[in-house]
Design a binder for this molecule. Structure first.
Ligand code: RB5
Length: 148
């Protein structure tokens, strides 16, 4: 798969660790930055990854900031994005199985690098279960259509 990845300054080291890990798993990575450590603004990177996923440039995305929250909120402003913040493997599996989350987010100040790798693997290994879950995702799309 092609995986878009983005982060802010709070997560640069963990981003590089996760980039290497997903490459080891056999995936291609598109890095939207930041690669730096100076203070920057997470909305920029959340939006870039969100647009890459929705356009089809990437199959899914990974976003990391201090908590995973700000950058996921930014991505979720892009129509078609379903970004989910996960701090454990069960949630990471379920957001794919039930919510068909197309972006996984987590916090570099919340999870350590080994847990972060396990969370990524749980998410990537899981499959969307469709059926009643698809109906609910269709309802999410309808909400977007009602926005002006
Ligand atoms: C940056 O200090 C921090 O606010 C950001 O990484 C993130 O945690 C916001 O949600």
């Amino acid at each position: 798969m092609k995986i878009a990845i983005g982060n802010d300054h709070a997560a640069t080291d963990l981003k590089f660790t996760i980039m290497e890990y997903v490459k080891e798993l056999g995936h291609e990575v598109i890095n939207f930055g930041t690669d730096g450590y100076d203070s920057c603004d997470y909305p920029e990177f959340g939006e870039k990854v969100g647009r890459a996923v929705v356009s089809g440039e990437a199959d899914c995305g990974i976003l990391i900031c201090g908590t995973g929250v700000g950058i996921s909120i930014a991505a979720n402003k892009v129509n078609g994005v379903r970004a989910a913040v996960c701090s454990d493997c069960a949630t990471a599996r379920l957001v794919k199985e039930h919510n068909n989350a197309n972006i996984l987010a987590f916090g570099a100040r919340i999870v350590g690098s080994e847990l972060a790798k396990d969370i990524v693997k749980a998410y990537l290994d899981a499959e969307f279960q469709g059926a009643r879950h698809q109906r609910r995702i269709d309802m999410l799309s309808e909400i977007e259509k009602r926005n002006v």
